[in-house]
Every structure is written in structure tokens, then in C-alpha cells.
Design a protein around this ligand. Structure first.
Ligand code: HEM
Length: 515
């Protein structure tokens, strides 16, 4: 009798799992797609389990092979890299128009590369559009339910607590700290140049990542920044492991294979290290850094937040979110900027002349940064051609009408920042050229539709750390420019790569001399 019961229970469990997968992989996707097909929106046919991922991988492989055959070995710097990294978007946009459907496993996407609709989506202030749930599920070990991945009232509450701390006034006070951190890196470059003679070949990426981790650790953890930086090193390893997992394919993160075991171990260690810092902080009293802001915000969690996330999750996840959002993005932008300034010596000279004029022989301070107009346009143009975040994503939490299209509840939306920022119709025939002058009169003068410039996103969920990032970039770049002259090394290979962010695939190698 008991065996019969066990068999019935087991069959029941199998049936429930089967129904769940049937719903997630077949019925729900079919129904979502059908609702958009009826409105004339189409796309490539997906496989029921892996969606269009195999087609995407094939197109990437073909693109890679073509490149290997045709591109001369000599260094060539073309800024029109999006067709190499996202050949599927170019192909399907030509085939199905700027608004089309595709699927990555269980996730159904509406690709939107049409500005009227993009504006309506990003400027929409209702809480019916939010972040897709795969961010907190597949990217859970990294993002959890923090500000980056949450939606609705939970997000609104977190934004209110965290964002003001990242705004301009607070960051201004940090300029001295950013200068101190940068000077440590510059002294190490100087010693290398002295050791090598006059010129040193320096691969800058790791140094800039370490610098950026140092800066964000100080902002986040104040004088506890050394253990904070250790946490960030582990988070970087976690990010690397997670970037290899295809999001949306059910179950991939739960197989007990070597990679997943590493992910689980790192997640546990990071969470417990942050908790230790928090406990230490409660014993020791406090300073007004970002962790303190998050801790004080957590005290007021009882209302809105506690229904959806616990106090501990709020603290841990948001520390991880700040790292993820602010560390890699800023370091990579600095790498791209230096690569471009090395490739375009006239711009390097112009930017350096401005920095020297603004700073004179004195120390850099916050008030000087506003006068660095040329450097600002160089950073803006870098972020246009090489935005670290390639896409902005949203999910419809309710059926929602966007510019006449009824987007059904559960549909995800992807907006290709990098492709819109290089669109000839929006930016003119020199869209693929490096021309910081286009920003001489601000974003309004640079593009037919200014909202098409969105390296930091636009609207309610615009990057909370954009001022922080711009200040950090200006300080770091102006200190480098005023201390060194640099050109691209012959070993530099221009190969933008997409690994959660758009980064120099083989790093940036510069020949550096002291001024
Ligand atoms: C060049 C550097 C950076 C770039 C290109 C960048 C870009 C972005 C983008 C595209 C978004 C998503 C916007 C959206 O979904 O609509 C975002 C969100 C965010 N970023 Fe940044 N970011 C940078 C630096 C930073 C820094 C330094 C910090 C913190 C210190 C930061 C904190 C955040 C936060 C907290 C959010 C979430 C905002 C929300 O959802 O309300 N970012 N960023």
C-alpha cells in the first residue's frame, strides 16, 4: 500500500513539474507572442527550450569566421562594432523592422529600436514597467533584490534611500579621496617608466579596475574600505562566472556542476563578509558613507520594504548592487577613453591643454571639473561609441499600451543602447566617427532626438550614480593627462567584447612617457 502511495506521490510531483515546464516553456510564450503577432509584430521562430539562442550563437560564429578571413592582422580601429557583437539584431531588424520579437529560453523579448516607442517606455513613470525577474533570479547571486533588479514600490523605496547619497553634492566631497586613490596608481606607473627607461608599455585595464574598486570601496565602506575591497574582488569573480550562463534557460544555474558550485560558494562568502562588516559597524559607531546610508535606510524598512525583502537582504543586496553598477562600468569607460585619446593624438593634446590651463600648478578640486569642457565632450563621445551597458531592459507587469502597441503582461522589452547611439538617421553620416565636437553644444546639439543618447539610461530609472561616474572619470583622466603622454602600443588589438558589459576584449595597451 505504502509503495502505491509513494508511486502516486512521485507521479503527481512529475506531473506538477511537467505542467510547470509546459506553462513556462510553451503555453505562456506562445500566448505572449500570439498577442503581438495579432498586432503585426513578428520575429524569428524560437526553439521551445532554448528560444533563439542557438541562432544567435550561429550568427556570432559566422561573423567571427568572416572577420578571421577578411580582417588584416594590422590594428584597425573601427567604431562600428555593433554588427560584430550583435549580428542577430542587425539581421532581424532588417528583416522584421525596428520592433520585433525574439526569445532567450523562457524569456520572451520585444526588441525596440524605434525612438518614439523607446521614449514612451523609458519616460513612463508608472510602476507597471519594471525590471525583468530573471535579473533577480539568474543574476540573483550578484543582484539579489537590490535597487538594480527590483521593481514597483520596493524599488521606489530603495531609490529614495540610496540615490540621494550618489548625487552631486555628496560626491563633490569625495574628490580629494578620488585624487588620493588615483595618485597611488600614477606613482606605480611612474616607477615602471623609470625602471624601463623613457617609455613603458602598460596594459591599463586591471589598474583602472583596481582603482575604480578602491574608489567605490571608500565611498561605500569608508575607513573599512580594505575588507570592502576584498568583498569586491570576490564579487568580480562571481560576475565573471555568471556572465558565462545564458539567462532565461531554465535550470542552468541549479545543476551541481563545477561552475555552479563556485558560484554558490562565492555568494555565501560574500554575503557573510558583508554581514560581518555590518555587525562591526554597529559595534564601532559610524561614519556617513554609503553603507551607513543603507543601514539607516534599513531601519525604516518596516513599512513598504519588509513585505518583500528582509532587512539583511536589503543591506547585502544593495552593497552588491552598488559594486556591480559602479565599479566595472566606470573602469571600462576610463579604458575606452584612454584608448581613444591615444588613437586621436589631436584630442589628447586638446584635452591636456585644457586640464593644464584649468588646474594651473595647483591641486585639482571639485570646482575645476565644471570648466573641463573638452574633457567632458571626450567622455560623452566615448560613452556614445562604447556604452558599457549595451541594453536597457524592462518588463510589463500589467497589459500596457505603448504608442499604440498593446504590450501584454509578462512581456520583456530590450532597448539596444549601443545600436541607437550609432544610428546614422539619428546622429548623421559621421555616426561611426569619433568626434567629441558633436557635443560642443550639449546633447541637444548632437542628436536629432536627444533621448537617443542614453549611456546612463533616461527617465525615472536613470543611473543613480551618473554624476559620481562623471566626476570620477574627469578626476582620473585629468590626472593621467597632466602627468603622462601616451600612444597605442602596436600590441593593442581592437576587439570590443560583450561580457555583461561592452569592454576592450583584449585590454588596452599604451606606450606611456612622463611629461
Ligand atoms: C560610466 C559609468 C556608468 C554607466 C555607463 C552606468 C549606466 C547605467 C545604466 C544604463 C543603468 C540602467 C538604467 C535603466 O535601467 O534605465 C544604470 C543604473 C544604475 N546605476 Fe549606473 N552607470 C555607471 C556608473 C554608476 C556608478 C558609479 C554608480 C554608483 C556609484 C551607479 C549606480 C547605479 C544604480 C544604483 C542604478 C540603478 C538605478 C535604478 O534602477 O533606479 N552607476 N547605470
Amino acid at each position: 500500500m505504502s509503495i502505491v502511495v509513494e508511486v502516486v506521490v512521485a507521479l503527481g510531483a512529475v506531473f506538477v513539474v511537467f505542467i510547470h515546464f509546459l506553462h513556462v516553456l510553451v503555453l505562456r510564450p506562445k500566448s505572449l507572442r500570439a498577442k503581438l503577432h495579432r498586432q503585426g509584430i513578428h520575429g524569428p521562430s524560437p526553439h521551445f527550450y532554448s528560444g533563439n539562442i542557438p541562432q544567435i550563437k550561429n550568427l556570432l560564429l559566422q561573423q567571427q569566421q568572416q572577420q578571421d578571413e577578411h580582417v588584416p592582422v594590422s590594428v584597425s580601429i573601427s567604431h562600428s562594432w555593433t554588427s560584430n557583437l550583435f549580428p542577430h539584431i542587425h539581421k532581424w531588424r532588417n528583416q522584421y523592422g525596428p520592433i520585433y520579437l525574439f526569445s532567450s529560453g523562457s524569456i520572451q523579448w520585444l526588441m525596440v529600436a524605434e525612438m518614439v516607442m523607446v521614449k514612451e517606455i523609458l519616460l513612463n513613470t508608472s510602476l507597471n514597467l519594471g525590471k525583468p525577474s530573471y535579473l533577480s533570479k539568474d543574476m540573483g547571486p550578484l543582484l539579489g533584490q537590490g535597487i538594480l533588479s527590483s521593481s514597483g514600490p520596493t524599488w521606489a523605496h530603495q531609490r529614495k534611500i540610496i540615490a540621494p547619497e550618489l548625487y552631486l553634492d555628496k560626491v563633490k566631497a569625495m574628490v580629494d579621496q578620488i585624487v588620493d586613490s588615483t595618485n597611488i596608481m600614477l606613482r606605480s606607473w611612474e616607477s615602471r617608466i623609470e625602471r624601463d627607461g623613457v617609455v613603458s608599455e602598460i596594459k591599463i585595464d586591471e589598474d583602472l579596475r583596481s582603482l575604480s574598486a578602491d574608489i567605490i570601496s571608500r565611498a561605500c565602506f569608508g575607513s573599512n574600505y580594505a575588507p570592502g575591497k576584498e568583498i569586491f574582488t570576490k564579487l568580480r569573480d562571481l560576475q565573471k562566472l555568471l556572465s558565462k550562463i545564458s539567462v532565461g534557460v531554465p535550470g542552468l544555474r541549479y545543476f551541481p556542476n563545477k561552475r555552479n558550485r563556485q558560484i554558490w560558494r562565492l555568494e555565501k562568502e560574500i554575503n557573510s563578509n558583508i554581514s560581518k562588516l555590518v555587525i562591526q559597524r554597529q559595534d564601532e559607531g559610524h561614519e556617513q558613507d554609503l553603507l551607513q546610508t543603507i543601514l539607516e535606510g534599513a531601519k525604516n524598512c518596516d513599512g513598504l520594504l519588509s513585505n518583500s525583502i528582509s532587512r539583511d537582504r536589503f543591506i547585502i543586496d544593495n552593497c552588491k548592487n552598488i559594486f556591480f553598477a559602479g565599479h566595472e562600468t566606470t573602469a571600462i569607460t576610463a579604458s575606452w577613453c584612454l584608448m581613444l585619446l591615444a588613437a586621436y593624438q589631436d584630442w589628447q593634446d586638446r584635452a591636456r591643454a585644457e586640464v593644464l590651463e584649468v588646474c594651473g600648478n595647483g591641486n585639482l578640486d571639485a570646482s575645476m571639473l565644471r570648466s573641463m569642457k573638452t574633457l567632458t565632450t571626450v567622455i560623452q563621445e566615448t560613452l556614445r561609441l562604447y556604452p558599457p551597458a549595451a541594453f536597457v531592459v524592462r518588463t510589463a507587469f500589467q497589459d500596457i499600451n505603448i504608442n499604440g502597441i498593446k504590450v501584454p503582461k509578462g512581456m520583456n522589452i530590450q532597448i539596444p543602447i549601443s545600436i541607437l547611439q550609432q544610428d546614422i538617421d539619428l546622429w548623421g553620416p559621421d555616426a561611426y566617427k569619433f568626434n567629441p565636437d558633436r557635443f560642443a553644444n550639449g546633447v541637444l546639439g548632437a542628436c536629432k532626438i536627444p533621448q537617443a543618447y542614453m549611456p546612463f539610461g533616461i527617465g525615472a530609472r536613470v543611473c543613480a550614480g551618473q554624476h559620481f561616474a562623471m566626476i570620477e572619470l574627469k578626476v582620473v583622466l585629468s590626472l593621467i593627462l597632466s602627468n603622462f603622454r601616451f600612444s597605442l602600443s602596436s600590441s593593442y588589438c581592437h576587439s570590443p567584447a560583450f561580457r555583461l558589459v561592452i569592454e576592450p576584449g583584449q585590454g588596452v595597451v599604451l606606450n606611456m612617457t612622463r611629461i
